[in-house]
Design a protein around this ligand. Sequence first.
Ligand SMILES: [Zn+2]
Length: 275
Amino acid sequence: MSTAGGLHTAFERGDALDCTAIQIFTSSPRQWRGRELSDDDVERFHSAWSDSNCEVCLAHDIYLTRLGTRDKTILGKSRRAFANELGTCHRLGLQFLVIHPVVDNDPDEHAVLDRVADSLNEIFDRVEDGGTRVLLETTAGQGANVGYRFEQLARIVVGVENASRLGICLDTCHVFAAGYDISTAAGCKKTLAEFDAILGLENLRVLHLNDSVKPLGSRVDRHEHIGQGEIGGTGFKTIMRDRRFASVAKVIETPKDDGMDEQNLTRLKQLAGKR
Ligand SMILES: [Zn+2]
């Protein structure tokens, strides 16, 4: 959700679209420097939230963070920035902070994943638990991205001492591009059974609902409007009607074309059988 005009303005926009969950960036996602929030900003944010129908508000981490990199300078910068971001989320009272956990050119995949776990251990030591759960997002496996197999995320979780501060965010476009076929009811069932066996469905806290421009297994991350891509209506219908997800927060990250947020949300409600 756009926060142009201040973080608190996201709630008005969310209410206009009848949202019960919104996702924001607390600062510009392509800059290292996080936003300095005054006590007034935080106060304004809390009061806008309490006036809104929105129940869940989560943040997406900036795009620069590399918690698994071999580059010591970038690693240090990433850890500092992520610790700050987590602190900001605590001040704002956000339930979740979503991170794309691993982007690196290191051919030793296990080393990358273990460094992410070490980073999280260090950050959790430094930043007291303020209630914001860090969610590892499934990736599409594009370029040097790891984190596109459930097993890879599980390796990070196992390496984190305080795993109760962690959870998983499943992005439908990413898992599909990574090769999990969720375009059919049978495929969804199989994928979720795999997720449950490896990561535990109880750890799934947020769904990013995006259709995919690119085909199954393409490993290319391009979001499409709901029902207009390679996943299609059946996949989303199956997910929207799965009772296990009734209390899982769902957000869309579909292209920001004119009026399309409203159409995508309406489409999801129709597929859920609510309209
Ligand atoms: Zn996503």
